[in-house]
Design a protein around this ligand. Sequence first.
Ligand code: ADP
Ligand code: MG
Length: 479
Amino acid sequence: MTEAVEISDAGRAATARAGEWLRVLGQLKAEVGEDAYRNWLRPMHLERINDGHAVIAAPTRFLRDWVITHYLDRLLALWQAENDEMTRVSVIVARPQRYAHVGNSAEPDDDESDPSGPSAAAHGPALEIGDERTQLLALDHRFVFENFVVGKPNELAHAAARRVAEACVSPAHTVPFNPLFLYGGVGLGKTHLMHAVAWHVRKHACDRKVIYLSAEKFMYQFIRALRFKSTMDFKEQFRSVDLLMIDDVQFISGKESTQEEFFHTFNALVDANRQIVISADKSPSDLEGMEERMRSRLGWGLVADLHPTTYELRLGILQSKAEQARVAIPLKVMEFLAHRITSNVRELEGALNRIVAHAQLVGRDITLETAQEVLQDLLRSNERRVTIDEIQRKVAEHFNIRLGEMTSDRRARAVARPRQVAMYLAKQLTTRSLPEIGRKFGGRDHTTVMHAVRKIEELKGTDAALTEDVELLRRMLQR
Ligand code: ADP
Ligand code: MG
């Protein structure tokens, strides 16, 4: 435990210093302009800092001499403004350190508080994100803007992603909103949009450095850096990034030291006016296990959510995918799929692929019947996804009471009975627990829900009208 504390302190200090260097560079860039910056300053790396003496590494002697004669005084002055303990900056010739891979485990560790592990006697960690060019290793070639179908539920996120991509390749290299925060449930296109931004930048301005990585990978690399005491190198990986994209940031909630590091990297890059794009499954304010300052900071730029798909969007996506795959699928079949596979786009794609594969395998045309047969299991699992909100709405509508009565304290039979029906249906049609259901009904106790469920079951044996109501509602909700 002592060991872990010690390392994370060292990590913090290194992080803070690397952050200073990034800020100094950012300011210098503003002074000298984009071109000079790219030619002379961007290739520099922070080698080390000891007792107020910073050592900068230049890749060639020529660059070293140029930086010394043209920028050194200014560098020191800016640095001293950041940190008054700085007394000296020198420039040496050295290639940034490159490490051999250690082992080949690519899985993130699940316990970050244990930085012990394979000994790194001869090698350091493998930092895979330091390439000079865009990081394309993990990018899916299908995830481009051209293949993204835009509809009401995703139009804001799409427009924002495009804006960022275009600004990044514009000569002015502006940063429209920082960060761009994309959020939404699984399979709604967050990763697709982020890859699309990376591809766009890659295509139109290949000198821009783009890093795209999952938050898990970020965490994994950070933990390795801690383990091998090379947080400085870790930080350096991000130094010259123009665009940093971190996917699924909810994975670092609850991981304190990774969050801390992420926060520093984030702030340093924002201060240096680099574009950041983040995705998560929830809005910044709903990210549990995330520090308050981090949550609020994540919401500073533009927050764009991807809503669940609509029927029209699903149909549009199916048509586009069928076209890409060059297979003829009857409109009827596509309409059926768009109606029935409502969970997310990934499942919709999966369904389409299955139908196509089946048709090719048996050498027969695709019909509604074969589609239904091939997708039996998928259809079943999509059937039961009813939300409590939906239930409350439908039940209130059916009994002609206000939606607010679902959560109100009124006990009059005219509102209490429908409320009980809704609780009963919530128990039957969703996987929510009794306490969860209680909370949704104005913070009621789980025993109240249990009582409602029993009451309706009881009445179903005796009250024909109510039984009919319940069955009608159930059918409507399951559609
Ligand atoms: P997320 O990252 O939000 O979980 P993905 O970006 O991985 O979702 O999307 C899941 C799948 O659905 C991908 O294959 C993606 O190409 C596809 N997809 C999602 N939204 C769209 C869309 N609007 N148009 C076309 N394909 C989409
Ligand atoms: Mg994703």
